[in-house]
Design a protein around this ligand. Structure first.
Ligand SMILES: [Zn+2]
Length: 416
């Protein structure tokens, strides 16, 4: 798959996620790379198609390392020269104009990040494939880079490691040859290079390629996908509190559109007026809160500090019999309420109520914005009770409760 194609695939995936099947273009409220993060990092765990594609390309590069008689390898060798087989970096001279797009992608796929030689690693055996001076095999520089002066007086500049010494009664002996005698100040360098190479164990087995993401089983697309995820994607480290929250909103029995909404809310990616204004979709003068008409409509205001929301929140807390301070932002609000439950069942129940709270409040807000229909605090509270009851019933097969019982004593119903 060429770069052009995966871009298009990502575009289709993205539009589908945000717009469903409708033709209308929607706004992507969450960055695509955030969505591709694993669920434990607060993403949706959708596979990043670009990484999948790189993993599939890498499979061919890995196959070039293996000593297998295959026709396609012979074709490549005939076309692009011997150097393309078993070589971690392919010379720029053998690709470019006139080559197939597949081959060009294959040669250049790790331009960003230069990750390929971090996953495909040459394991030194007898040194029959590694150039002593020019390749990296001890430390993280080549010996040519490390000892440029000595390299200049070596007569073995292009030799392989295995050609730089010999076996004598089962012991490897280095035989480094020089163009001339050393100057005094070069002698310490010679001692240094000898110390470096004497610490490396040369064996009689052949050098081989090792697949570092999975040394035992060798190449797999899956192992590379996860390695690339580590190497190339940004990783936000969620603290334990955030991990707790993201884990919990998915566990609930609420419809997936609701947990998705909560997820967007936690990332502050819901279309509040303030967020729309930031994207230039509404004028900055038109951002006052739809519920109270007093302050700017940010997600923190709308769900916590708004006069209307606070009144609803107060009634809900009283109904649940909890005392929770007014937190600074939605994720904290969720964590505090759920965390205040004394046991697992109550915490699950509180999670459902909190999600019903944001969902119903958001719908009330939308009713006011789009249909110009206002609602009273009491009505919203009642809808939250009814909605959470329905989700709760859906979750529990046994010990179901009646709506009036749920309203009368939610804690008792959650314990059933
Ligand atoms: Zn308000």
């Amino acid at each position: 798959m060429t770069v052009k194609v995966w871009r298009e695939v990502v575009r289709v995936q993205r539009n589908f996620l945000w717009g469903g099947l409708s033709k209308r273009r929607r706004i992507s409220w969450v960055k695509w790379t955030d969505i591709c993060k694993p669920k434990k990092d607060g993403g949706l765990g959708i596979r990043d198609i670009r990484l999948v594609n790189l993993s599939l390309l890498a499979k061919w590069r890995w196959k070039l390392f293996l000593e297998e008689e295959e026709v396609w390898r012979n074709v490549l060798e005939a076309k692009y020269g011997e150097g393309v087989l078993g070589n971690a970096c392919i010379e720029p001279a053998v690709y470019g104009n006139g080559c197939s797009p597949w081959w060009n992608d294959l040669c250049r796929f790790d331009r960003e990040g230069h990750w390929f030689n971090q996953v495909a690693v040459k394991k030194l055996g007898c040194g029959n494939t590694i150039k002593f001076w020019k390749e990296v095999w001890v430390g993280n520089l080549s010996l040519e880079q490390h000892f440029p002066r000595l390299f200049n007086i070596s007569v073995q500049q292009d030799k392989l490691i295995s050609e730089m010494g010999s076996w004598c009664n089962g012991v490897w002996r280095w035989e480094l040859l020089w163009r001339r005698n050393f100057f005094v100040w070069e002698e310490s360098m010679v001692l240094e290079i000898e110390e470096v190479i004497n610490n490396v164990v040369i064996t009689e087995v052949e050098d081989r390629w090792v697949w570092s993401p999975n040394v035992d089983e060798g190449f797999s697309v899956k192992s590379l996908y996860f390695a690339l995820d580590e190497l190339l994607l940004e990783h936000t480290n969620l603290n334990t509190f955030q991990t707790f929250v993201f884990k919990n909103i998915r566990k609930g029995a609420v419809p997936s559109k609701v947990s998705a909404f909560a997820w967007q809310l936690f990332l502050d990616r819901i279309p509040t007026k303030e967020n729309l204004a930031r994207r230039g979709l509404v004028r900055i003068e038109d951002t006052t809160c739809s519920l109270c008409d007093e302050r700017a409509e940010t997600s923190c205001h709308l769900f916590l500090h708004c006069r209307f929301a606070a009144a609803v929140w107060y009634a809900i807390n009283r109904w649940l019999g909890v005392v929770v301070v007014l937190p600074a932002e939605p994720m904290m609000s969720y964590g505090l309420l759920v965390g205040s439950g004394g046991n697992k069942k109550i915490r699950k129940g509180f999670s459902i109520v909190w999600l019903a709270f944001v969902w119903v409040l958001w719908r009330a807000r939308n009713d006011r914005v789009f249909n110009n229909v206002g609602d009273s605090v009491d009505n919203v509270v009642e809808r939250i009770q009814r909605t959470s009851w329905q989700w709760y019933l859906h979750k529990t097969a046994k010990g179901s409760s009646l709506l009036y019982e749920w309203i009368w004593n939610p804690g008792d119903c959650m314990m059933r």
